[in-house]
Design a protein around this ligand. Structure first.
Ligand SMILES: NC(=O)c1ccc[n+]([C@@H]2O[C@H](COP(=O)([O-])OP(=O)(O)OC[C@H]3O[C@@H](n4cnc5c(N)ncnc54)[C@H](OP(=O)(O)O)[C@@H]3O)[C@@H](O)[C@H]2O)c1
Length: 342
């Protein structure tokens, strides 16, 4: 069994503590398990916990603890004795991966969340932070998506099994708060992007896929790249470091039953996004839209007022600036095992 615990971080205290009007739990003394802490979002959450002097951060890897299995969850809780669980572990992917794996995405995410929250309650954790997804919103929710509209319809078909499985953690979280007094909160991040994203074209989300296609096409002097869909749908994205900051702020200072959106509030069409990435990558070929491939949900943009009111969170990285950092990271790491195709 691998027990991952880090020594005191060399980083200084984050400016998060300076936010006014927010009573903040002292996380540095807490034993914190970050499930999925070695994943894309997880790496950034864990780094920011270290930056806040958190000395007792544990990352249960799936090879040691398969969180779909109750017995492994029990062993994990005994090994790390967490006071706080930030549950990021999930099986995730873009439209293609969701279409290929609706059963797996439903079962794995549902069973991990349900069993982990139940065992966390029985173990007596102080706080459970459940991470949901914008894919839980109804296909035709009014834009911008408000948390109160979460139940006003069924999600877009290509990601409904994933979105519904993750949404059950909201029901469980509210039920456990009511019956057992569990301090469980539920956050819904919009689409993430940034360093350490998944750049495997089989499973990636839209931003890493477009970056990789542009960078590789430029290198090979190819005249065009082909992208999925029409390019006419809209999306909102949040830079992963901003999302990690929101999760830590909420962990430290939000104790409520209401779900909370985590977004940037910046809506863009996929076409505009692709053209921005193309420019930033300095690729002068054509973009061809394959309209036989699905577009996914027609529009996505979040109302982010609740996060601002509840724990003073506002995203600070504009899309173009975040894309620039992500492209620079990808170009530096394109040869690494982490970003190579399997
Ligand atoms: N990426 C996005 O755009 C986005 C948007 C909204 C919400 N979210 C949510 O944010 C969270 C993190 O997403 P991500 O993009 O960072 O995903 P990711 O990079 O794929 O990381 C997910 C992690 O989950 C762990 N995991 C998967 N199955 C497991 C199992 N059976 N037992 C134990 N651990 C398991 C893996 O751990 P190992 O490395 O140890 O195998 C992996 O590192 C997820 O809850 C996701 O739903 C993501």
């Amino acid at each position: 069994m691998v027990v991952e615990e880090q020594a005191t971080s060399p980083f200084t205290m984050s400016t998060l503590d300076k936010k006014e009007g927010v009573a903040f739990m002292n996380l540095s003394e807490k034993r914190i398990v970050v499930t999925g802490g070695a994943g894309f979002l997880g790496k950034h959450v864990v780094n920011q916990l270290y930056a806040r002097q958190c000395e007792h951060v544990f990352i249960p890897r799936s090879r040691d603890f398969d969180l779909r299995k109750e017995i492994d969850i029990k062993h994990m809780l005994q090994a790390f004795k967490p006071e706080i669980i930030i549950h990021l572990a999930a099986v995730v992917g873009g439209i293609g991966a969701n279409q290929k794996n609706p059963g797996k995405f439903f079962y794995d995410n549902l069973i991990m969340g349900t069993q982990l929250m139940e065992q966390a309650r029985l173990f007596g954790v102080e706080k459970f932070v459940a991470i949901g997804t914008i894919c839980s919103y109804p296909k035709f929710a009014a834009v911008p998506f408000r948390e109160d509209d979460l139940w006003s319809g069924y999600p877009e078909e290509t990601n409904a099994p994933y979105g519904m499985a993750k949404k059950m953690m909201l029901v469980q979280s509210q039920a456990y708060r009511e019956q057992y007094g569990l301090n469980s909160i539920y956050l819904l991040p919009v689409n993430l992007y940034g360093p350490h994203d998944n750049f495997d074209l089989e499973t990636s989300h839209v931003i890493p896929a477009i970056i990789r296609k542009c960078v590789e096409a430029k290198k090979r002097k190819e005249k065009e790249i082909v992208l999925w869909g029409t390019g006419n749908v809209t999306r909102e994205f949040i830079y992963v470091e901003d999302a990690a900051q929101a999760i830590i702020l909420a962990t430290g200072s939000y104790d409520g039953a209401d779900p909370i959106n985590i977004g940037s509030g910046e809506e863009t069409t996929i076409r505009q996004l692709a053209e921005t990435i193309q420019t930033l990558c300095d690729y002068d070929g054509d973009i061809v839209w394959d309209s036989n491939k699905p577009d996914g949900q027609p529009r996505r943009q979040l109302d982010t007022q609740r996060a601002k009111a509840a724990f003073s969170f506002e995203a600070s990285t504009p899309l173009a600036a975040g894309l620039q950092k992500t492209i620079a990271w990808y170009c530096r790491h394109a040869g690494d095992d982490e970003v190579k195709s399997p």
